[in-house]
Design a protein around this ligand. Sequence first.
Ligand SMILES: [Zn+2]
Length: 166
Amino acid sequence: MWISRTGKGKNIMAVRTTETHIEADHYTDIDASDRVLWPWKNFPPHEMQCRHCGAVKVRKSAMDRLTLLRSHAGDLPMHVNSAYRCPAYNQQISSTGPTGPHTLGGSFDLQVHRGRAWTVMRAAMNVGFSGIGVAQKGATRSRFLHVDDEEHDPDNRMIRPTVWSY
Ligand SMILES: [Zn+2]
């Protein structure tokens, strides 16, 4: 179902919700204070946006899992470096191409390092994230953990559960 956030002159096609996903052409189309539309107050739409075009697509179950992860990791602020990427942008910056995990709405790169990375990795496994990518070399600010909860699908080259490094 396509819905419009009324009263702001928004395009009627700006925000799309389904049983499983919420999508917007641009993150500013989503009213971050609308707790029915966007219940994940610790992870606002702008953190989920494609860094190249501002589009947002999230899988609701993955957002719930991310919120659970945050709670298991002590309810501390958790900066998301990268979440949704549109197919064109993912093709540009990732070897996974236009259909990689970040295009599916359930992948999150969390800016954590050292002890915090240990805590977050353990929490990620405990709450059922099935894909964990470890980037823990170099400058502290560039270190992160990728987490996603994709399902095993060998036909689509999606092997889960798994761990990789960058
Ligand atoms: Zn994009």
